[in-house]
Design a protein around this ligand. Structure first.
Ligand SMILES: [Zn+2]
Length: 218
């Protein structure tokens, strides 16, 4: 999943108003922050196999440290503890942890059965939503719309940047997401990992910037 993770970040702002949208975005995509680092270090592996799924060509052969269920729980707790230590926002810390954990559930729905339960073994799970472009677009699109609706109701812009920067991010996410299934395969596995890190380095600070120009509504 891609924009579905952002949908979770947007929606979480409603229940964790003290957490910056930047923190929520990084939480929701956190497993995909760990993953490219481990891929570049050679500790996790995937292959580009054109046609592997209808939506993308990624065959995730080995990613137990970033994407197993057990490690997801560990990353969620670690992220929530670091957030709590820096913010003292107890309720927000719980929701930030839930946002990290939600990543596993959404990937479980989308991926082929390649999601490990724990490093070193266990059954591999996945519901393979990516076999169908219409099903993927419908589910992820509805999630994205719902996340946007919740976010714009939970917050209001303090100035023009709060509105322009927010809608520009929504627009860029859609512009990156929609052509995906019809684009040519990426040049290499490492290029995908680097692009993933660049995306986090762009959208993370961008979301912090949006948050500074919006405030809780009502
Ligand atoms: Zn993922």
């Amino acid at each position: 999943m891609f924009i579905g993770h952002f949908a979770v970040a947007f929606a979480t702002k409603k229940v964790a108003p003290k957490a910056s949208l930047g923190t929520l975005v990084i939480a929701a995509v956190f497993l995909d922050v760990v993953w490219p680092v481990l891929v570049l270090l050679g500790l996790e592996r995937f292959r580009i196999v054109p046609g592997f799924t209808a939506v993308n060509p990624f065959d995730f052969t080995y990613y137990p440290w970033s994407h197993s269920l057990l490690m997801t729980v560990a990353w969620s707790l670690a992220f929530a503890l670091v957030y709590f230590a820096s913010s003292r926002d107890r309720a927000g810390a719980v929701w930030v942890g839930v946002a990290v954990a939600s990543h596993w559930l959404l990937d479980f729905v989308s991926h082929r059965p390649d999601m490990p339960l724990y490093p070193g073994g266990g059954e591999k799970l996945g519901l393979d939503l990516w076999r169908s472009i219409p099903a993927t677009f419908t589910l992820e699109g509805l999630m994205f719309a719902a996340g946007i609706a919740l976010y714009v109701r939970a917050t209001r812009s303090k100035d023009r940047i709060g509105s322009i920067a927010w809608w520009a991010m929504v627009g860029l996410l859609l512009a990156l997401y929609i052509p995906g299934p019809w684009s040519s395969p990426p040049p290499s596995e490492n290029a995908v990992a680097i692009f993933g890190l660049i995306a986090v380095a762009v959208f993370g600070p961008w979301a912090y910037w949006i948050d500074r120009h919006r405030e809780p509504a009502g």
